[in-house]
Write a protein that binds this ligand. Structure first.
Ligand code: B12
Ligand code: SF4
Length: 248
């Protein structure tokens, strides 16, 4: 069904997608046009060739609301915890099935896909979601740095007719305590190619330094899962054990 208003079709589809994704835990959905209105080369940012160049694209992310949704999925399906990278696996399955239910053709790329990487932080800036702060974290006006960026979906429907205005809040004018915390975490060393090991509390300090979004800090379980690889199995075990208690 075609809407009379310019961009009405894509707006309605984006709203339906955002509502469905929100129910699944993905409460950040930023629509943009697959060709980025010519402001950057989509291929260079890791996007696949779009179903249509002027098509609707959705940048999908989440606040801490994603963790209870994942925990509930493990509760309903404990074997999920035994898969490789259960969180990423669940994200793929959930976004795929949620968008599949809209009845449109969809192409997906995930932030955790192997190289060539999806430059999802730069896409978040170009799509007008939020600015990239000086500590290399995208900081949302409401949630601050307590967000994750998970996927981009390309749909076979027209995209927004005009580009979004760049979002400058909350970083514009901030004295950037996050950058001081990042420098402390790096300790003068180059950013290691693979993780940050036992130094993870210092890395957590980068997010904790931001004055925005403190009410949206992740739960301790989510923090341990994402930051401390040695704690991950224990966090999953706790979720599975909680599932056992619930079904008893
Ligand atoms: C690899 C990676 C890392 C590596 C970076 C190694 C390196 N030399 O590049 C390591 C393991 C260090 C890392 C650490 C963290 N990361 Co990281 N990381 C990624 C990942 C999977 C790929 C980055 C990439 O190559 N992008 C593609 C290139 C082409 O795009 P780009 O814009 O040029 O990317 C650059 C930046 O992303 C930057 N970068 C990525 N991570 C970090 C971390 C630091 C400290 C710095 C300085 C730069 C940096 O390096 C990239 C290459 O230069 C992205 C997801 C994604 N697809 O982008 C997540 C991602 C950027 N990371 C994320 C997060 C949250 C973290 C951590 C907090 C850890 C965590 N467990 O949650 C930490 C600390 C980050 C901080 N600034 O405090 C989030 C950021 C969310 C946001 N609000 O912006 C992302 C988007 C993942 C997600 N699903 O949300 N990360
Ligand atoms: S501390 Fe300031 S500059 Fe850093 S992410 Fe937060 S608002 Fe942006």
């Amino acid at each position: 069904m075609v809407d009379d208003a310019p961009g009405g079709l894509s707006q309605k589809l984006a709203e339906r997608a955002a509502a469905a994704l929100g129910r699944a835990g993905f409460d950040l959905v930023q629509p943009f046009r697959a060709d980025l209105h010519g402001r950057a080369d989509p291929t260079a940012l890791g996007l696949p060739a779009a179903l249509r160049p002027d098509g609707l694209a959705l940048l999908i992310g989440a606040s801490r609301s994603l963790w209870p949704a994942f925990a509930a999925a493990v509760t309903l399906d404990p074997p999920l915890a035994a898969t490789d990278e259960p969180f990423d696996h669940w994200i793929e399955k959930t976004i795929d099935s949620t968008l599949g239910s809209l009845g449109e053709r969809v192409q997906l790329r995930f932030a955790h896909d192997p190289p060539p990487r999806l430059a999802i932080q730069r896409l978040a800036v170009l799509a007008g979601l939020a600015p990239l702060g000086p500590a290399a974290l995208v900081a949302h006006p409401n949630f601050g740095p307590w967000i994750s960026l998970r996927a981009v979906a390309l749909l076979d429907a027209p995209g927004p007719p005009v580009p979004a205005l760049p979002q400058l809040q909350p970083c514009a004018g901030c004295v950037a305590p996050c950058k001081t915390a990042l420098d402390e975490a790096l300790g003068g060393r180059p950013l290691a190619a693979a993780g940050f090991g036992g130094d993870w509390p210092r890395w957590l300090g980068v997010r904790d330094a931001c004055p925005i979004g403190r009410d949206w800090r992740y739960s301790e379980a989510q923090i341990r899962y994402h930051y401390d690889p040695t704690a991950r199995a224990g966090v999953l075990r706790e979720l599975v054990e909680a599932a056992g208690l619930l079904v008893r």
